[in-house]
Design a protein around this ligand. Structure first.
Ligand code: PHE
Length: 368
């Protein structure tokens, strides 16, 4: 059964409502609070219809449960999805009333769920949500929040890319490595900059053609996303919306690995098996993308210092090494191995102790 789908519906609670102020439909899905308060971003997006918004909320919230568990946090997973009207402009006034509706909805759950920024929202929007509820992460630092988490999400991705390269090529040196970043939003732009600093050979892609000049100035090759997706690469890094890797795309891929922060980047779970059969390493997105939530929680709730947080975020690379190792030992996919680790933690109701990186295994000898 596909995790987080309507068919699988094992969510603790799902609120579907029309915002009282804005009239705009929103879905708040709490997938699990087994390890603690559910956390998940607030997505504002023009969905084609309400069914699509509901389906996205269900799947994204389930992924957050796995993300928190693998990140060693005492938290569960949830998500808020707002189906913005496609037919009319979203004025600042509509936006504000939508965010207040989101805040009211969260407030009614009495602490079962807290939100943060996601596709279509930023740190400033969290300050608006916070006018209605205290269960909000990543408000601007000037307001006492932890601010924009995207730097940390990017750092976690880089750690995962390095682990992947060590596993596949025997070295985590990114100099000359062929990488493709799809999506130059906040997280993608940070990743691209870090890859440039590390001397990687980069293709970058975005739906917005104005990103081309910036990319080329930074020495990257720019392509349209559909071209970039199938261009030869060592590591493909999806950093835009989910659903990019479909079963139709897999046969056309020419990369050795897919390691990126886009949530739900596989169109369905079975695509993980298909990638595995093609010997393309897929680092689970719900593990790779945890840097932002780790930063927010460890800073705002546990008051860890910056060096401690950096270490926690780098721990994503160690957890991925554990996952790849286990996948190989158990002759399964990284997706299955990661799911087993997460479910084990959820079942035992025990996250990895706070402030320490998840147990790290030395990566095995490289494949030749
Ligand atoms: N968009 C973030 C994610 O998918 C959600 C988030 C980040 C929530 C930071 C809270 C804090 O991981």
């Amino acid at each position: 059964m596909e995790r987080g789908t309507v068919g699988d519906l094992d969510h603790e609670q799902v609120v579907v409502r029309r915002g009282r102020r804005s009239g705009v439909p929103l879905v708040l899905a709490v997938h699990s609070t087994a390890l603690g308060q559910a956390i998940g971003g607030c997505r504002l997006w023009p969905y084609p219809d309400r069914q699509a918004a509901l389906a996205d909320a269900l799947r994204l919230s389930a992924a957050m449960t796995y993300k928190s568990a693998l990140a060693g946090l005492a938290n569960g997973g949830g998500k808020v999805v707002v189906a913005l009207p496609a037919e009319r402009a979203v004025t600042p006034a509509i936006r504000e009333s939508v965010l207040h509706d989101v805040g009211d909805c969260i407030a009614q759950l009495d602490g079962a769920f807290a939100t943060g920024p996601d596709v279509g929202t930023a740190s400033a929007d969290m300050a608006t949500v916070a006018r209605r509820t205290s269960h909000v992460f990543c408000r601007p630092t000037a307001d006492g929040g932890s601010g924009d988490p995207s730097r940390f999400t990017a750092d976690g991705v880089l750690a995962a890319v390095r682990t992947t390269c060590r596993f596949l090529f025997g070295s985590d040196d990114l100099a000359g490595r062929r990488t493709t970043v799809i999506g130059l939003g906040k997280v993608g732009a940070h990743i691209s900059r870090a890859l440039a600093d590390a001397g990687a050979d980069q293709i970058v892609a975005d739906v917005d053609p104005t990103t081309r000049a910036v990319a080329e100035q930074a020495g990257a090759r720019w392509m349209a996303p559909e071209q970039a997706l199938v261009a030869p690469a060592d590591v493909l890094i999806p950093a835009a919306l989910g659903g990019l890797v479909t079963s139709a795309v897999v046969p056309q891929l020419t990369c050795a690995a897919v390691v990126g922060p886009a949530n739900n980047q596989l169109a369905e779970d079975t695509v993980a098996d298909q990638l595995h059969r093609r010997d393309i390493l897929w680092a689970p997105d719900y593990l790779v993308s945890a840097g932002g939530i780790i930063h927010a929680v460890e800073r705002e709730l546990h008051h860890l210092t910056r060096p401690e947080i950096d270490e926690r975020v780098r721990g994503i690379g160690d957890t991925l090494a554990t996952v790849l190792d286990r996948a190989e030992r158990e002759r399964t996919t990284p997706h299955t191995a990661a799911t087993r680790i997460a479910e084990d933690r959820i079942r035992r109701g025990r996250p990895v102790s706070r402030g320490s990186a998840p147990v790290a295994r030395r990566p095995r000898a490289p494949r030749t």
